[in-house]
Design a protein around this ligand. Structure first.
Ligand code: HEC
Length: 252
């Protein structure tokens, strides 16, 4: 075999080896600390800046940009065109933080929250989605996850959660609103109960508070307190086991 052909063969073999290494070296499923090679990235990742991060792109190194000079922040606007944007500054401490002017938690739900049948139903629906897994549909603290907790979860029927004379803070509407939005913090700052402020909007959190009040009220009342039609509906849809979800049709 001529010398030049031998060299050509070796080169081809090396090229084949190199391409096998390139393609086979970082296959999906292999463990590697380097980024995977993406030949057709499609929309696997979307490059973006996370809040409060650095970037060398801007001279000041901040990924978050300051508002344009001369920008004026605004709060509640009477202009109907600003509907949905009235609360940019979240200035309303009562509505957004459950606190009064004195900094104490409110004893009542702020007047701006409409409390009617629809609000209670929304509160029930949100409660069942976000709270019942731990606290149970009945608020006794024995939800599917709650039962597995390393310690007993609180029972919402405990008077400390509704009677101002028993607990001057935890009984307040504003406190329960605060717990929904910010969770329950341990002294070291870690969360004993997760915060749901990221997914439960303030108006929904107030509706959950209203619904918890209705559970508590129901536990203190009797069937006779209800109008006849409601009494019948309740008796038909009564869950067989305490803590179970209401029978289908029980919720409107
Ligand atoms: C992942 C489980 C979990 C979910 C979901 C959950 N909680 Fe809790 N919640 C806890 C735990 C745990 C505690 C007890 C924290 C402690 O040790 O004081 C607690 C405590 C509470 C307390 C009493 C706080 C106090 O200071 O005594 C209230 C009120 C409460 N939760 C309301 C809610 C509401 C309303 C929701 C739904 C938005 C909710 N929780 C969702 C786990 C949960």
């Amino acid at each position: 075999m001529p010398m030049s052909m031998k060299i050509a063969n070796t080169t081809i073999a090396m090229l084949v080896l190199a391409s096998v290494a390139a393609f086979g070296g970082g296959c999906r499923g292999d463990r590697s600390s380097s980024r995977p090679r993406q030949f057709i990235p499609d929309m696997d990742d979307s490059p973006k800046f996370k809040p409060q991060t650095k970037t060398p792109f801007f001279a000041d190194g901040r990924a978050m940009r300051s508002p344009v000079q001369g920008t004026v922040a605004f709060g509640v606007l009477p202009d109907p065109a600003a509907k949905g944007r009235e609360h940019y500054l979240k200035e309303d401490d009562a509505f957004f933080r459950g606190k009064g002017g004195d900094g104490a938690f409110l004893t009542t739900i702020p007047a701006g929250v409409t409390l009617d049948q629809a609000a209670l139903e929304r509160g029930q629906e949100r409660f069942n989605v976000y709270c019942a897994s731990c606290h149970g549909y009945d608020g006794l603290g024995k939800g599917t996850v709650g039962k597995q907790w390393s310690y007993g979860l609180p029972n919402f029927l405990d008077p400390k959660y509704w009677d101002l004379k028993v607990d001057a803070e935890k009984s307040r509407d504003g406190y329960i609103f605060h717990v929904i939005r910010n969770g329950v913090a341990a002294p070291d700052g870690s969360l004993l109960m997760p915060a749901y402020g990221y997914s439960v909007r303030p108006e929904d959190a107030w509706k959950i508070v209203a619904y918890i009040r209705s559970i508590q009220e129901a536990s203190r009342g009797s069937l006779q307190d209800l109008p006849e039609a409601e009494r019948q509906r309740l008796q038909q849809n009564r869950p067989k086991t305490p803590g179970a979800a209401p029978a289908a049709g029980g919720e409107k």
